[in-house]
Design a protein around this ligand. Sequence first.
Ligand SMILES: C[S@@+](CC[C@H](N)C(=O)[O-])C[C@H]1O[C@@H](n2cnc3c(N)ncnc32)[C@H](O)[C@@H]1O
Ligand SMILES: Nc1nc2[nH]cc(C(=O)O)c2c(=O)[nH]1
Ligand code: SF4
Ligand SMILES: [Mg+2]
Length: 217
Amino acid sequence: MYTVKELFPTLQGEGAHAGRAAVFCRFAGCNLWSGREEDRATAICQFCDTDFVGSDGFGGGKFDTAISLADAIETSWRSTSAGPQQRYVVFTGGEPLLQLDDELIAALHQKGFAVAIETNGTMKVPKGVDWVCVSPKAGSDLIVLQADELKLVIPQQDHADLEKIMARFEKMDYRNRFLQPMDGPSLKSNTELAVSLCQKRPLWRLSLQSHKLIGIR
Ligand SMILES: C[S@@+](CC[C@H](N)C(=O)[O-])C[C@H]1O[C@@H](n2cnc3c(N)ncnc32)[C@H](O)[C@@H]1O
Ligand SMILES: Nc1nc2[nH]cc(C(=O)O)c2c(=O)[nH]1
Ligand code: SF4
Ligand SMILES: [Mg+2]
């Protein structure tokens, strides 16, 4: 059984595939925060911008089988009149690796989808995922040390430590590196910080949450 908070067609807003048509499947639940506001201050991850509790969002629900969820993803893709080419599904959450399994990946490949994930990098990635975006969280144990894309939300700690952390990630095996300004009350100054760091360290590129800028999901 898979618990899905929401399922919707949109454009990937972030990172290397920004602008690409995709179905987003947001699984319920996360291992770094309960999702309840009263627990935020004591959570490992405290800056989350997402409601991933329950299954009551647009297109959400409980899916008994991999086939039934893959069918719903295909229906969502078709709902925008998109053709059969470049089928792309992004699993996010919450933490998608709590639920994504081989059977679901196989069912989507069968339908011609490329499978992407947005993960906090604390859980093993199943074989067969076509695009892995890791977004590490300070205070958690990062185990996904190789990926297509690293997306570091900044700042998560003292600015003095930030460049040291970036230097460490520069030596690791990530094919693309992004800085994404943390949304919240300091978004403007966080964006300025990200711009100046990308200029100073050109192994990094800026990732804006472009879906928020244009008011799409
Ligand atoms: C809601 S998370 C779900 C996937 C996974 N749990 C993770 O953290 O990567 C999706 C993406 O949004 C980013 N994100 C969460 N809160 C954010 C915020 N306040 N500002 C900018 N990015 C944020 C995460 O770092 C991650 O890259
Ligand atoms: N359009 C759009 N792009 C996204 N990229 C990552 C997202 C996420 O919440 O994981 C996200 C999202 O929620 N919407
Ligand atoms: S790890 Fe991801 S889903 Fe979980 S609380 Fe942090 S940003 Fe949100
Ligand atoms: Mg989001």
